[in-house]
Design a protein around this ligand. Structure first.
Ligand SMILES: [Zn+2]
Length: 251
């Protein structure tokens, strides 16, 4: 039996039986873990507000060898991010970020940088500082932190280096960025202009705060949206359910 404490954000929670809840946590130290919180709907002392979505807390967790589901013994609230739910657009963005994070990482694989990004994203959403481009930034960084950094430097087929001033071609078929020559005759090719590539390359190096120094025009937004949407879909086990709702709201 192992007992540990961890800083965590709640990714998912479902009621179980009369008073329990099964909760998926994203912990900074241990990655994604699932556990049952016995009496979560009754004990306000151990489980503030019954362990709701996006709560940021310290948890005490117990796991037994051979059991997939651990047990949450206790929790202490750090911050609830309750105010986000007062604004429908921010709330939908929050649901999207939680679901995307949950789908992007396997169980028990630590991703402290992604944890910090999720936390600072929620802080920006709560303050009302979140800009629409931050969603693209979050997706780009998620790919990066999970080991799928997009390569804009050389062609994914012939390996020739791609000029900073030249167009790139993303093949949805191959899931690769290509030179023009290698993209001819391929179906489902999306163009990436040098401006879009530049912004995404800078995005890989900057922070959520630094994002505000990057300039996005409509073309960059559209090209990066198409590219990231597809690049992410290749890495996820299923489509993101909260995405159509978020997209419809933003239209
Ligand atoms: Zn090529």
């Amino acid at each position: 039996m192992r007992r540990f404490e961890a800083e965590a954000i709640i990714l998912q929670g479902i009621d179980y039986g009369e008073s329990d809840r099964i909760v998926t946590f994203f912990t900074r130290e241990f990655g994604k873990i699932r556990g049952i919180a016995k009496g979560a709907k009754r004990s306000r002392r151990r489980f503030p507000n019954g362990l709701d979505l996006a709560y940021h807390l310290y948890i005490t967790f117990v796991e037994k060898e051979g059991f997939e589901l651990g047990r949450v013994e206790d929790s202490k609230m750090i911050h609830s991010f309750d105010r986000i739910s007062q604004h429908p657009d921010r709330f939908m963005t929050a649901c999207y970020l939680l679901e995307l994070t949950s789908l992007s990482i396997p169980d028990r694989e630590p991703h402290p940088e992604l944890f910090d990004l999720l936390k600072s994203s929620f802080q920006e959403l709560e303050r009302g500082d979140w800009v629409p481009e931050a969603r693209d930034f979050f997706e780009l960084k998620t790919l990066f932190y999970c080991g799928y950094r997009p390569n804009f430097e050389w062609c994914g087929v012939c390996q020739s280096s791609l000029l900073p001033t030249g167009d790139r071609y993303y093949s949805r078929d191959k899931g690769l960025v290509l030179c023009e020559g290698c993209s001819i005759d391929l179906p489902w090719v999306t163009r990436l202009s040098p401006e879009t590539t530049h912004v995404m390359q800078r995005g890989l190096e900057t922070t959520l705060d630094g994002l505000k120094e990057l300039l996005f025009n409509e073309k960059i937004k559209e090209e990066s949206r198409r590219f990231l949407g597809h690049a992410l879909s290749l890495r996820l086990t299923r489509p993101i359910r909260s995405q159509p709702l978020l997209d419809a709201f933003r239209r």
